[in-house]
Design a protein around this ligand. Structure first.
Ligand code: AQP
Length: 327
């Protein structure tokens, strides 16, 4: 059975972008192989975060995974920090990725450009090494991610090629699986920017009340064209709302254009708001049930046990390959 691997950082409140671009995809993929879905808490430490906030976000993320429909019997949900092989493998792999490559990573450039040099931790610079370790540790071929993560999977592919050229077929070559629709949900207030939990302007949060969601969608930035048409260059705001609608209903852009032919943006936004609110209401109801059931800790424990089984074997293979002593 193929292994599928992905993770989300518990750095803030989850957004509709995380839901459409990642969580929903995990749910669809869980019948195609054994999934390893981790809560990337070690990555969350690369920028300052309050310990209590990190703990709450981590539990919330696990609860949202379950609420969205991930089945703990098919998907291993676990904390990255519960599987020490992630950190151990990163220490080895850091020798096969280079400073130039790391300094070209978009996420490092974006985040470090807003900081004073003295405040930039080594972890923020070196996080792609840990990410490469995350990716190769489960022998996964399929890495479902949003568009912003392709660069990390590409870097990992370079590393795998480099490592295997030197040591033989030790690591499995991963490939990013990016959805055709919904791989990049944009901010509602600036549709040229990604909806991002670290940049709250224009976000819809999975915990937002329906009235708040409706207000955000009704005031989403659009354009003067006044017809519902998919054109991300000329009509980025409307195209983004169409992407949200299409991702949550399965309707194609053509179907949406036909449905709203001759209608104004107000009607279209109301329809998008109805769909998002209904989806979020159901999700929030299940999230509450999950939290009250006390299931989260059990699921994390079970997930970590299985993840440790698989990861320790891959780590040992790498240790042997590079010459670390093993009987
Ligand atoms: N807007 C988005 N559209 C589609 N997919 C998205 N993802 C994130 N935003 C969108 C996908 O969610 C997964 C987890 O991403 P992440 O944990 O790296 O977090 P983030 O939300 O992308 O991070 P931010 O907003 O930059 O904030 P920080 O760094 O503070 O956590 C990935 O598969 C991603 O593609």
């Amino acid at each position: 059975m193929d292994h599928i691997l992905s993770g989300i950082k518990p750095t803030g409140q989850l957004t509709l972008g995380n839901y459409i671009g990642a969580i929903n995809k995990f749910v669809k993929l869980q019948d195609k192989g054994e999934s390893f879905l981790f809560i990337a808490d070690l990555h969350a430490l690369t920028l300052p975060i309050d310990p209590e906030v990190l703990r709450t976000n981590s539990r919330d993320l696990a609860a949202f995974y379950l609420a969205a429909g991930l089945d703990p019997n098919k998907s291993n949900i676990f904390l990255q920090s519960d599987v020490s092989a992630h950190a151990e493998l990163a220490i080895i792999l850091q020798n096969y990725l280079y400073m130039g490559e790391l300094s070209r990573m978009t996420q490092f450039k974006d985040k470090s450009s807003k900081m004073k040099e003295e405040a930039i931790g080594l972890g923020l610079f070196a996080y792609p090494v840990l990410m490469a370790a995350d990716i190769v540790l489960y022998d996964s071929k399929v890495i479902p991610v949003g568009e912003d993560q392709i660069q990390h999977v590409e870097l990992t592919r370079d590393l795998v090629k480099r490592f295997n050229n030197r040591y033989g077929d030790v690591l499995v070559m991963p490939r990013a699986e990016v959805a055709k629709v919904g791989a990049r949900i944009m901010s509602l207030s600036d549709p040229t920017k990604k909806m991002s939990k670290s940049d709250p302007k224009g976000d819809i949060y999975l915990k937002d009340e329906p009235a708040v969601i409706r207000k955000k969608i009704m005031s989403a930035v659009t354009d003067m064209e006044a017809h519902v048409h998919y054109d991300p260059e000329k009509q980025p705001g409307i195209s983004n709302l169409m992407t949200i609608m299409s991702s949550l209903t399965g309707k194609s852009f053509e179907e949406i254009e036909k449905e709203f032919e001759g209608k104004g943006y107000g009607d279209f936004k109301r329809a998008v708001a109805d769909i998002v609110c209904s989806e979020m209401e159901n999700l929030q109801k299940r999230y509450k049930e999950v939290i009250e059931s006390g299931l989260v800790d059990k699921v994390l424990e079970k997930g970590a046990k299985r993840a440790n089984e698989v990861a320790s074997k891959v780590l040992e293979r790498v240790q042997k390959a590079v010459g670390l002593y093993h009987k």
